[in-house]
Design a protein around this ligand. Structure first.
Ligand code: NDP
Ligand code: X2W
Length: 299
């Protein structure tokens, strides 16, 4: 039996994790420990839950996630953090099991696992194998464009969108310093920060991350077919990340409600557009957390 405390269980990511754990076969032996909702922000009550839990999943703002880890000091509890707080912290394992051949084993053995960000999941999945293969030089100037469903901004933004309506399409992060930039750079293996242009559309769940490349700018001289072959090989063993043929159009929300991610290479022979499609709440958050939790608990 693995006892799981979801700190932030009533939030968007927390609820998605709870529903996914409840949908797992009971034979897997997960038990959810729920805090009294009236005490959900009470440090002593949270500490007591941490004392009882085998794994605490943090679905909290960054500061509250750091506080939870401090509350767990000296206790026999492992952490899986969905926030941005520990994505590049020492002693934390990055919870992207498909990232390389050893990453699943690292997640399984870790005491502290950081769940990847939704946008970085798409960007790193596309870039990392190509940088590692030498097809994209580590210092190549990279741009990452992305659109997310509005659920990416958490419960209060969802309620505001659904109550008052929201912008049809909003470009943001225009200071070019979005919180996901360091994570994308680091785990993609880039030596310089990419230009990252996020946007949010008036749909609840879904995401497309796209990366344009001019083939003539790649010193490797790689073709679109060679690039696709590298991605196919990198994810050949995965039933979550799939590399699929190019499409003339892509809808951002067609994977909503699933935990899969689709990668594509679009090209006219001279230029390339790499795309990743996922559900920001699925492989971008709660679905990835379940994948990591199962690895951590050997289930
Ligand atoms: N939504 C998404 O697409 C993704 C989100 N994430 C990350 O997951 C984390 C949670 O995000 P999300 O679920 O969207 O956010 P929500 O705002 O929907 O949920 C956050 C939850 O945390 C609770 N909370 C806030 N402060 C405290 C505290 N001090 N102690 C205990 N509980 C607290 C909130 O309660 P209350 O509402 O009562 O204040 C709420 O239930 C964030 O760090 C986010 O960056 C990661 C990937 C994608
Ligand atoms: C649409 C929207 O607002 N998205 C959020 C990112 C989602 C999120 O919460 O970030 P993590 O995945 O790192 O936790 C943002 O841009 O701040």
């Amino acid at each position: 039996m693995a006892r799981i405390f979801i700190d932030g269980e009533a939030g968007t990511t927390g609820l998605g994790i709870r529903q996914r754990i409840e949908a797992l076969p009971s034979g897997l032996g997960f038990e959810i420990l729920s805090i009294d909702p009236a005490l959900r922000k009470d440090s002593e009550a949270r500490k007591e839950m941490l004392r009882q839990a085998d794994v605490a999943i943090l679905c909290l703002p960054d500061d509250a996630a750091r506080e939870a880890v401090a509350l767990g000091e000296g206790l026999d509890v492992r952490f899986l953090d969905a926030s941005t707080a520990h994505r590049r912290a020492d002693g934390w394992v990055y919870g992207f099991p498909e990232m390389d051949a050893e990453q699943s084993a690292r997640v399984a053995a870790a005491r502290h696992v950081s769940n990847p960000g939704c946008y970085p999941t798409g960007a790193i999945a596309l870039l990392r194998p190509l940088v590692a293969a030498g097809v994209i030089p580590a210092d190549h100037p990279i741009s990452v464009n992305a659109v997310s469903g509005y659920s990416g901004a958490g419960r209060s933004a969802i309620e505001a969108h659904e109550r008052e309506g929201g912008p049809a399409f909003l470009l943001y992060g225009l200071g070019l310093q979005h919180k996901h930039v360091p994570e994308i750079q680091h785990y993609s293996g880039l030596s310089h920060a990419p230009i990252f242009v996020p946007s949010v559309g008036h749909f609840a769940q879904g995401m497309i991350v796209s990366i344009p490349l001019h083939l003539r700018s790649l010193p490797s001289g790689a073709t679109a077919a060679e690039i696709e072959a590298i991605l196919l090989k990198a994810y050949a063993g995965s039933d979550v990340v799939r590399v699929l043929p190019a499409e003339p159009t892509l809808l951002a929300d067609s994977l909503a409600g699933t935990d899969a991610m689709e990668l594509r290479v679009h090209s006219d022979g001279e230029k390339l557009l790499l795309t990743a499609r996922l559900d920001n709440l699925g492989k971008g958050a709660s679905g990835a957390a379940i994948q990591n939790l199962r690895l951590m608990c050997g289930k």
